[in-house]
Design a protein around this ligand. Structure first.
Ligand SMILES: [Zn+2]
Length: 108
């Protein structure tokens, strides 16, 4: 058995003070506590990131007395999406938006 030549360590950045994100291996300015790329903070804690939530997205309509929005909630089921929406927007009336998704399944 031969040990391959160990690779040179990555050079430390010498420009602006940065910290290296353990989540996505990018350098983040010290002024930012949380990595803007993946949402992992300086201590390596993984905060919730909607973009990487693997659950399917359920469109919901959120209605207040004088305003309404349509947003999407990731959840395992439409029922859970509705519950999550109610928790997200207390006091609002939330309803699932019926959508006909005509996408071909591609095994994603
Ligand atoms: Zn990151």
């Amino acid at each position: 058995m031969q040990h391959p030549t160990s690779p040179a360590p990555a050079p430390e950045p010498r420009t602006a003070p940065t910290w290296r994100c353990t989540g996505c291996d990018t350098y983040v300015a010290n002024t930012a506590w949380v990595c803007t790329t993946c949402g992992v903070d300086r201590q390596g804690n993984d905060t919730y990131d909607y973009a990487t939530d693997p659950r399917s997205e359920h469109p919901v309509r959120v209605v207040w007395r004088d305003d309404e929005i349509t947003d999407a909630v990731r959840a395992d089921s439409p029922t859970e999406a509705l519950e999550a929406a109610r928790a997200n927007w207390p006091g609002a009336t939330v309803a699932l938006v019926e959508q006909t998704l005509d996408r071909s399944t591609d095994g994603g």
